[in-house]
Design a protein around this ligand. Structure first.
Ligand code: AQP
Length: 329
């Protein structure tokens, strides 16, 4: 029997995880556990590429792990670990800074341009170099597939380029990974501005539906979400992007087909549609949070330590091979 393919993905503990993170990333992971060897990381060294409050960061690392577990990541099947607990990630990132990555690659990264905005000269070098650390995360584990939301596809492309260049120079060392995105829900947009991605670190949390929002707060956010001109319920990404986003959220969290939703809502107004959507979101959040609240901090500590041991075993072998190839061992 062929060996199972390897999945790697992670989320930064850089804010309140939202339904964009859930739909775009975590919900895919849960399904993939059935057929793949999965490794999921809480990528805390990515989070510090922008300022974090240390106390807050410590809390968020635990929170993100609990979110993985509540969403259905099974620590018996999948490896769950904290990135900073395995120094091989940062060491390999440094090696990739020197072998395989060109300045021109990083200059192309749209996420860096978005996040640094007008402050490109004063943001941290870490924010610029972030995609190289992400390449190290992925390539350390001989990853075949990286399930992500659309915003991360460019970073996975870079990981592929780095792997190819390294292999060209030193011989077959890294597997070339592939990104996988959802057909629907790969880019959930902000509730108040459908031209902008829903982002966990958004300063205006009314743009986001956080997975730990009190259900009634989430209901209010849905009712206040912007809609488009006109009154007919239809899925039209170009002319009705706000409604298309709400339909996508409904379909993903309510387990419905968009086509069917449009049909069932024909002749109804935006207000009625939003009330139904709010019910779906509230139900989803209540179920999710019930599971979340049952997980203790101690459970998280044990699971992360177990995951660290399993991941480190794999990472160390690859790193040692690389050290030898480049001549430091
Ligand atoms: N709006 C979104 N729709 C679908 N998928 C999304 N993801 C993020 N936002 C959406 C996916 O969730 C995972 C989170 O990756 P990350 O923690 O590395 O950060 P990110 O991609 O930069 O996500 P955020 O929420 O926008 O975080 P901040 O605000 O900290 O930068 C990835 O798989 C991502 O594609």
């Amino acid at each position: 029997m062929p060996a199972q393919k390897i999945i790697f993905s992670g989320i930064q503990p850089s804010g309140r995880l939202n339904i964009g993170n859930y739909i775009g990333a975590i919900s895919q992971w849960v399904e993939m556990q059935k057929n793949y060897n999965c490794i999921f990381s809480v990528v805390d060294y990515h989070a510090i590429t922008v300022k974090q409050d240390p106390e807050e960061l410590r809390k968020r690392i635990i929170e993100v792990t609990k979110i993985y577990l509540a969403a259905g990541i099974d620590p018996e099947k999948s490896v769950i670990f904290q990135q900073s607990a395995i120094p091989a990630h940062t060491e390999l990132a440094w090696i990739f800074n020197c072998y395989g990555t060109h300045i021109a690659d990083l200059n192309k990264m749209t996420q860096f341009k978005d996040k640094s905005g007008k402050n490109q000269e004063s943001v941290s070098v870490g924010l610029y170099d972030y995609p190289v650390l992400m390449a190290a995360d992925i390539l350390l584990y001989d990853t075949d597939i990286v399930p992500v939301g659309e915003d991360q596809v460019q970073h996975v492309e870079l990981a592929r380029d780095i792997a190819r260049r390294f292999n060209n120079e030193f011989g077959e060392t890294f597997k070339i990974p592939q990104s996988v995105i959802r057909k629907e829900g790969a880019r959930i947009m902000s509730l108040l501005d459908p031209a902008k991605k829903m982002s966990k670190s958004d300063v205006n949390q009314n743009n986001c539906l956080a997975l730990l929002d009190a259900p009634e707060v989430a209901r209010k956010k849905i009712m206040r979400a912007v809609t488009d001109s006109g009154s007919e319920i239809s899925y039209d990404l170009k002319n009705k992007p706000a409604l298309a986003n709400l339909l996508t959220i409904y379909a993903q969290l309510g387990n419905r087909e968009i086509k069917r939703l449009v049909k069932d809502n024909s002749g109804r107004g935006y207000g009625d549609f939003k009330k139904d959507l709010a019910d779906v979101v509230v139900k989803f959040l209540e179920d999710f949070q019930k599971k979340y609240n049952k997980i203790s901090d101690n459970d998280v500590k044990t699971i992360l330590e177990n995951g660290r041991q399993r991941a480190e075993e794999i990472a160390q072998v690859k790193l040692e091979q690389v050290r030898k190839l480049i001549g430091v061992r």
